[in-house]
Ligand binder design. Structure first.
Ligand SMILES: [Zn+2]
Ligand SMILES: [Zn+2]
Length: 345
């Protein structure tokens, strides 16, 4: 089968690799109909996360079930499904408490040997382990393109907005308007935010944020947190969602909220430790939360919201390309020339 594989720093390749087959009774074989490139794929592309050359990339995909193992009962051949970006067992200490993203057997699709060594979805076929957990059936009224988002970035945007504690009438700042930030804007609106301020430095992303109903703040021309404060009577927003992961953007989020506000970080931190404004958080009664999205807890309800017409994540798709164009797609996405790229085999 055709697949995009990692080759080295800033190097991916369209390869012909063996079609994967079921490894156990809990697996399903999925024929991928649409995959996507995610911002976190760039961590691999830039070797910030190690992955072995030749590994098949991609953790955002939808497809049709082609074959299932003997223990799989929730999906069957012919079902259209979306995959959670990671697999989880459903039985361990954390899964039994509903915190699937901390599963003791968690593995991430297309993310290398440190994350379970699973094949990825930027390919014609992919094996979904623990298929009853990992895969969710797609309602007829929801397109493949829409469904693809619930397995990672829409869930992450919703998780960020929910953990920010957004209530009707709140003002919200979204720091970073890449795909996850744009999802967070949609979800903040859904949860009742009255005003959403969108901070970024890429014009196309700010334009999309405005189209989604946010007020754009261009960090190239203003001091971001001061601009947020100026827009909120000098106080700062009720809630800030950070969707980048840089120390500087996390600080912008902290300095953008009012006293007693909430900062919710979903951006993958680019550093393991560093200075942190402990005193400000304490003195200003700021609630700080962050973490890996517990995706499976949200997939079903997000599909229902899309089906009901309350969310349309596919509107951020900027490029639809063939898997064969994957090398160019990675280059474009890396240069921020594309907001969201879908790849079809
Ligand atoms: Zn992702
Ligand atoms: Zn588990």
């Amino acid at each position: 089968m055709k697949a995009l594989t990692f080759q080295g720093p800033r190097s991916v390749r369209l390869d012909e690799v063996a079609k994967p087959s079921l490894n156990g009774p809990d697996d399903a074989l999925v024929r991928v109909t649409t995959g996507a490139i995610c911002g976190s794929d760039l961590h691999l592309y830039h070797e910030r996360v190690p992955i072995q050359p030749g590994a098949v990339l991609g953790h955002e995909f939808v497809g049709v079930v082609e074959e299932v193992g003997a223990h799989v009962s929730r999906v069957k051949p012919g079902d259209r499904v979306v995959a959670c970006f990671f697999t989880y067992c459903g039985r361990c200490h954390y899964c039994r408490r509903g915190w699937f993203s901390q599963c003791e057997k968690k593995a991430v699709f297309g993310y290398g040997e440190h994350f379970g060594n699973l094949g990825g979805g930027q390919a014609e076929y992919c094996i979904a382990p623990s298929a009853d957990q990992t895969l969710e059936r797609i309602p007829d009224a929801v397109s493949d393109e829409q469904a693809l988002f619930v397995g990672d970035i829409l869930a992450t945007g919703y998780f960020g907005a929910e953990r920010a504690g957004i209530e009707a009438g709140d003002s919200v700042a979204v720091i970073g308007c890449g795909p996850v930030g744009l999802m967070a804007i949609m979800c903040a609106r859904l949860l009742g935010a009255a005003r959403i301020l969108a901070v970024d430095m890429v014009p196309s992303r700010l334009e999309m944020a405005e189209r989604l109903g946010a007020v754009a703040i261009d960090g190239r021309s203003v001091h971001s947190s001061e601009a947020v404060k100026a827009e909120t009577g000098g106080h700062g927003v009720d809630r800030a969602i950070e969707a980048v992961g840089l120390t500087a953007t996390i600080e912008t989020a902290i300095h953008s909220v009012r006293r007693g506000g909430t900062v919710s970080v979903v951006g993958v931190p680019d550093t393991t430790s560093g200075e942190f404004p402990y005193m400000k958080l304490w003195w200003d009664d700021i609630t700080y939360t962050g973490g890996v999205c517990n995706v499976p807890a949200y997939m079903r309800r997000l599909l229902d919201l899309i089906e009901a017409g309350r969310l349309d994540p596919a509107q951020i798709v900027s490029h639809r390309m063939k898997l064969e164009e994957g090398v160019r797609a990675y280059e474009m996405f890396d240069r921020r020339e594309a907001t969201k790229i879908l790849l079809t085999p």
